[in-house]
Design a protein around this ligand. Structure first.
Ligand SMILES: NC(=O)c1ccc[n+]([C@@H]2O[C@H](COP(=O)([O-])OP(=O)(O)OC[C@H]3O[C@@H](n4cnc5c(N)ncnc54)[C@H](O)[C@@H]3O)[C@@H](O)[C@H]2O)c1
Length: 255
């Protein structure tokens, strides 16, 4: 499938990586529905992109909101053949932090947004995609997870985040195998450090120190580069059941 044919739901589409994906899809002639909890920025982003873009307020942790938003997105776009899960939170903190042991509720919240949220969106999107008319090779749709290099070499303070990012990576192959009968592919992208509002929350010193750890190119990734990989995955039917690191060869240090 060509990206111009994409009818894409992008969670976390109001900001950062998700927003860059929405921009690329629309600029390429496709349609995008941005799902996010941030209503103001989401509506502004959709208005800027024009009639091929829609914003739907949705909390990915709510099964009923996700199901309703996915149907609304399909109706608004006249179809749904791509889901890009970008909604996520950093959830930083040590298990034994300065202010005491991490509350279980905090850990649960991060898992709920990053991991269970991805599952709920995958499920709602695939339930719609399975009824799409088959294209070449019987293809009906593509699900993309946003993992992280923290799935492989999580740093101190990333115990919750790493668990979620390894979780979405772990769902990739079993879902690709399960959904093969419907012609739905499943892939994960594990970004290194990308310059988005999430990374902007770091101090300039930390940003510089992290950028120096990237062998080449020695800088943070650009959200457009993430979007480029999403398009490549969508267009290449042999990419399935795998996690691709997109990281300039960085291997994160313990801290
Ligand atoms: N920026 C990086 O360096 C980097 C690296 C590796 C992985 N990632 C992952 O990429 C994804 C996008 O990150 P980003 O850098 O664009 O961050 P971002 O903060 O710019 O965007 C994340 C978006 O998710 C939305 N969101 C949060 N909780 C939500 C919920 N419950 N329901 C719906 N939307 C919700 C936020 O409102 C925000 O718009 C995240 O999953 C993140 O973990 C980012």
């Amino acid at each position: 499938m060509k990206i111009a044919e994409a009818r894409a739901v992008i969670t976390g589409g109001a900001s950062g990586l998700g927003n860059a994906v929405a921009r690329l899809v629309v600029a390429s002639g496709g349609r995008a529905a941005m799902l996010d909890v941030q209503e103001g920025p989401g509506r502004a982003a959709a208005a800027e992109l024009g009639p091929a873009a829609t914003f739907i307020k949705c909390d990915v942790t709510s099964e009923s909101e996700v199901n309703a938003a996915m149907s609304a997105a399909r109706d608004a776009m006249g179809g749904l053949n791509l889901l890009v899960n970008c909604a996520g939170v950093v959830g930083a903190g040590r298990m034994l932090g300065r202010s005491g042991p991490m509350p279980g509720d905090f850990f649960t919240k991060v898992i709920h947004i990053n991991l269970i949220g991805t599952f709920l969106c995958d499920k709602a999107a695939a339930a719609i995609m399975q009824n799409n008319p088959p294209g070449a090779d019987g293809e009906r749709g593509v699900l993309i997870h946003t993992s992280s290099v923290a799935a492989f070499e999580g740093q101190i303070g990333q115990v919750a985040y790493s668990a979620t990012k390894a979780g979405v990576m772990g769902m990739t192959l079993p879902l690709a195998r399960e959904l093969a009968q419907f012609g739905i592919r499943v892939m994960s992208i594990a970004p290194g450090i990308f310059l988005t509002p999430m990374a902007n929350a770091m101090t300039p010193e930390l940003q510089q120190s992290l950028a120096r750890q990237v062998p080449f190119p020695q800088r943070f990734g650009k959200p457009e580069e993430f979007a480029q990989l999403v398009a490549a995955i969508f267009e290449n039917p042999m990419l399935n059941g795998e996690t691709i690191r997109l990281d300039g060869a960085i291997r994160m240090q313990p801290k």
